[in-house]
Design a protein around this ligand. Structure first.
Ligand SMILES: Nc1ncnc2c1ncn2[C@@H]1O[C@H](COP(=O)(O)OP(=O)(O)O)[C@@H](O)[C@H]1O
Ligand SMILES: [Mg+2]
Length: 373
């Protein structure tokens, strides 16, 4: 991790949403009682499905929308008291709105001229910004003479050229193809690491969030479902929404039979009794969704040694080079997935085989019962 993230826990937050609510129509809240602190130098991603309130939060931070209730604080100042152009925030959006009639260099110089910087300094900064996004030779071109990826790099450069305190990015890579998007993810991350700036990034793409962020706030329905580092979100989801939204998730449903310490016994719909970590269910007798990652499922002999065992029938094998993705019917569901590393004797399976499956209790989480299950 870079130096900037080491400061995450220390001192006052750089950005702070405090009991923020937002309604556009005076009736429905699209952001509900949001509390979120972001440290200086942090790369914080708001991740969630479309309509979950991410852009609204970013707009309130940029000062383009005002909270219906609560406040947003930036570097100790209540944002309502600072006009947008004085907030020192760089912004990049999905549709990189470069000025079409200006050259790339003029686009980059624009935020500096607005700030009344001298000509020599402007030239130097523009050149440095172009180098940072690996376009040192293209300052004289107009946006229309650049590819989509190059235009987006210019948009990133323009957001950074005036050394903003904070950079906001709203789905900035959404319009790019997969390869370019992945390349830009690394570039933006490296720029963040090198400059030590604070970035608040919005995306609906979980792999993008996992790749780039120090921490991720998972949004659904105007509420942060979980705020954690990428590995914690994947390994230790707090609730069924996060378990299903981040990564691939096997869900088994059942009723909580008993609870002992941090573990519980769950009776599955098909009668098997299995063990799981007690995380989000409502106690003995309540219904729960068990969450189990595909790579944590044990098979065959290894399964026999596990505390929790079920039977599975192989439905489909998909060869993916380094592993074999096996879709199975387990406990009446035919969407159970097991990832088998392509190095073991276990790779001799074929559709129709019945196999023993199992898991370690610590790899299985008994969560809440999600809506619509
Ligand atoms: N300017 C607006 N006026 C009215 N409703 C809006 C406006 N902007 C967003 N909304 C609504 O607020 C909710 C959250 O939207 P948004 O913050 O854009 O979500 P996201 O960025 O996560 O897709 C959605 O239901 C959306 O329709
Ligand atoms: Mg949005």
């Amino acid at each position: 991790m870079n130096d900037a993230t080491a400061t995450v826990a220390a001192g006052d937050p750089f950005v702070s949403f405090q009991e923020v609510q937002k309604s556009y129509d005076g009736e429905t809240l699209v952001v509900k009682n949001l509390n979120l602190d972001i440290a200086k130098g942090e790369f914080l991603t708001m991740l969630g499905p479309s309509g979950s309130g991410k852009t609204t939060c970013l707009m309130m931070l940029a000062g383009f929308e005002t909270p219906t209730h609560g406040k947003v604080v930036l570097d100790g100042n209540h944002l309502n008291n600072v006009p947008p152009h004085k907030r020192d925030i760089g912004m990049v959006f999905q549709n990189y709105a470069l000025f079409p009639h200006m050259t790339v260099a003029e686009n980059l110089a624009f935020p500096l001229r607005v700030r009344r910087m001298g000509r020599a300094e402007i030239e130097e900064r523009v050149q440095r910004a172009l180098e940072m996004v690996q376009l040192p030779e293209l300052g004289h071109r107009r946006p229309a003479q650049l590819s989509g990826g190059q235009q987006q790099r210019v948009a990133v450069a323009r957001a950074l050229v005036f050394d903003p305190k904070l950079v906001l990015m709203d789905e900035p890579l959404g319009a790019l193809d997969k390869q370019l998007r992945e390349q830009m993810q690394f570039e933006i991350k490296h720029i963040h690491d090198n400059l030590g700036i604070t970035v608040v990034y919005v995306t609906h793409d979980q792999s993008e969030a996992l790749t780039m962020s120090n921490r991720i706030a998972v949004f659904n329905d105007g509420v942060i479902q979980q705020l954690a580092e990428p590995d914690a979100l994947y390994e230790r989801p707090d609730n069924a929404f996060v378990a299903q939204f981040i990564g691939e998730n096997n869900k088994l449903t059942g009723r909580v039979e008993s609870v002992e310490g941090d573990q519980c016994v769950v009776t599955l719909k098909t009668g098997e009794k299995v063990r799981a970590l007690s995380i989000g269910h409502e106690g003995v007798g309540s219904e729960t969704m068990l969450s189990l990652r595909p790579e944590r499922v044990r098979m065959g002999e290894e399964a026999e040694a596990c505390d929790s065992r079920v039977e599975g029938r192989v439905e489909e094998l998909i060869y993916l080079g380094d592993h074999i993705r096996t879709r199975m019917t387990v406990c009446g569901r035919d969407d159970f997935v097991v990832k088998i590393p392509n190095s073991t004797e276990r790779a001799g399976l074929s559709p129709g085989n019945e196999v023993a499956l199992g898991w370690r209790t610590r790899d299985c989480r008994a969560l809440d019962w999600p809506e619509g299950l």
